[in-house]
Design a binder for this molecule. Structure first.
Ligand code: SF4
Length: 398
């Protein structure tokens, strides 16, 4: 296809004043972002480890890996690790970067263009890249897990779970059952027309059963004759308090009526009456979580859950999925225990950190595959190992 070169902006994540623009070779056969040592020094990047690379002439070298650079290309950006090459070499943008930014190389125009169908996660393997102006190829081994040591079987399990997670994630959107009430679920699933229903339900989700909390927008819509945002805006805090009390919507009616009212005001003030502005424009996962946290009454657990549902179930594109944690769901937890990734008495936090350790780029990727395994084969009693696709590798810590 010939050489494709694009201008990229690179910024040190930890020292944003250190920023440079370079011409980078775009190579779809490569994986990582590769930068010459002089650019790495200019950016002041921090070395985090080393990686073995093998060149086409079979020479094997240990190369330094640096964290973390914000790379901007074609109006999109993401945070990446960098493989260090010798001073003066050509910067090189590999497939991990292109996939994370949903970009492809157009073979006709030989330019990088947005690809809305691009997978939304970085690849964990392989690369074949043209090394900087040396004319020989560089091949890197699949990245090694950098957390607790894993045996081959565990590495295989993680690989299978991530692969299956990606397949499930890329399936088309299906209606989410939030409450068991079809009309209430219709309202919550309609994030195109009623994005505020989803946000306000998240705010309500505390200290009562989730099914009851998520019914609240629907219950209020019945009281006020609809759930259009303009209709909600006309209602003052006292009126909401009266509805909450009369319908006994929540364990803490007065407080939650206040949070409900304040949530509406915040969407009006900060998001121009459109709650979908919280997640529009492919923001970083951290940005989405931070925006939810800014609503009164929302803590980290709910904010991360909201981001998780948006990414996993509503298929909302985000620039990265680093902050999308696994849900402490009973099926997911049971499967993680039986696979030996967490202890038998593990807390939800242990589950979350275990998933982060296993796949830092997208810890929540395990949700869908583990839920599927837990629901279909890894049942609380009598797990059906014979039919489970992890059977050949699973240590079966039952
Ligand atoms: S092989 Fe058995 S124990 Fe292991 S995950 Fe599958 S069903 Fe569960």
């Amino acid at each position: 296809m010939g050489k494709v070169v694009e201008k990229v902006k690179l910024t040190n994540l930890f020292e944003p004043k250190k920023s440079v623009e370079v011409d980078a070779v775009i190579d779809t056969g490569a994986t990582m972002l590769v930068l010459p040592q002089d650019v790495i020094e200019e950016l002041g990047l921090r070395k985090i480890g080393e990686r073995r690379v093998r060149y086409a002439n079979n020479q094997i070298q240990i190369k330094s890996v640096y964290r973390g650079v914000i790379l901007e290309l074609k109006g999109r950006d993401g945070i990446f690790d960098v493989l260090g090459e010798v001073e003066g070499s050509e910067p090189l943008v590999g497939q991990i970067v292109l996939e994370a930014l949903d970009l492809i190389v157009d073979p006709i125009t030989k330019t990088v263009i947005p690809n809305p169908r691009s997978p939304d996660m970085p690849m964990t393997e392989i690369l074949m890249t043209t090394a900087y102006n040396s004319g020989y190829a560089v091949r890197s081994r699949p990245p090694k897990f950098r957390g607790s040591p894993m045996n081959n079987m565990q590495e295989k399990i993680v690989e299978i779970l991530i692969k299956r997670g990606k397949e499930l994630l890329n399936q088309p959107y299906r209606k989410i059952e939030f409450t068991g009430n079809p009309e209430a679920d219709d309202l919550l699933n309609d994030i195109k027309n009623f994005p505020h229903a989803f946000v306000l339900a998240c705010i309500m989700d505390r200290q009562i059963k989730a099914e009851r909390a998520w019914l609240i927008p629907y219950e209020i819509s019945k009281e006020i004759g609809g759930f259009e945002f303009s209709r909600l805006l006309k209602i003052d805090q006292n009126e909401f308090r009266e509805i909450f009390r009369r319908k006994n919507l929540h364990r803490f009616n007065d407080t939650m009526a206040e949070y409900f009212y304040l949530g509406i005001q915040k969407i009006h003030r900060d998001y121009n009456d459109d709650a979908s502005n919280i997640w529009k424009g492919k923001p970083r996962s951290a940005t989405v979580i931070k925006r939810f946290l800014e609503f009164k009454g929302v803590g980290v657990k709910i904010a991360t859950m909201a981001a998780n549902i948006l990414a996993r179930d509503f298929k909302i594109p985000m620039a990265d999925y680093i902050c999308i944690d696994v849900s402490p769901d009973t099926h997911v937890k049971r499967v993680f225990k039986r696979l030996g990734f967490i202890s038998k008495n593990a807390s939800n936090d242990e589950l979350i950190y275990s998933a982060r350790e296993l796949n830092p780029e997208y810890p929540g990727i395990f949700d869908l595959s583990c839920w599927e395994i837990g629901r279909n084969w890894c049942k609380p009693r009598k797990p059906d190992c014979k039919n489970c696709y992890l059977d050949p590798y699973c240590p079966k810590k039952i």
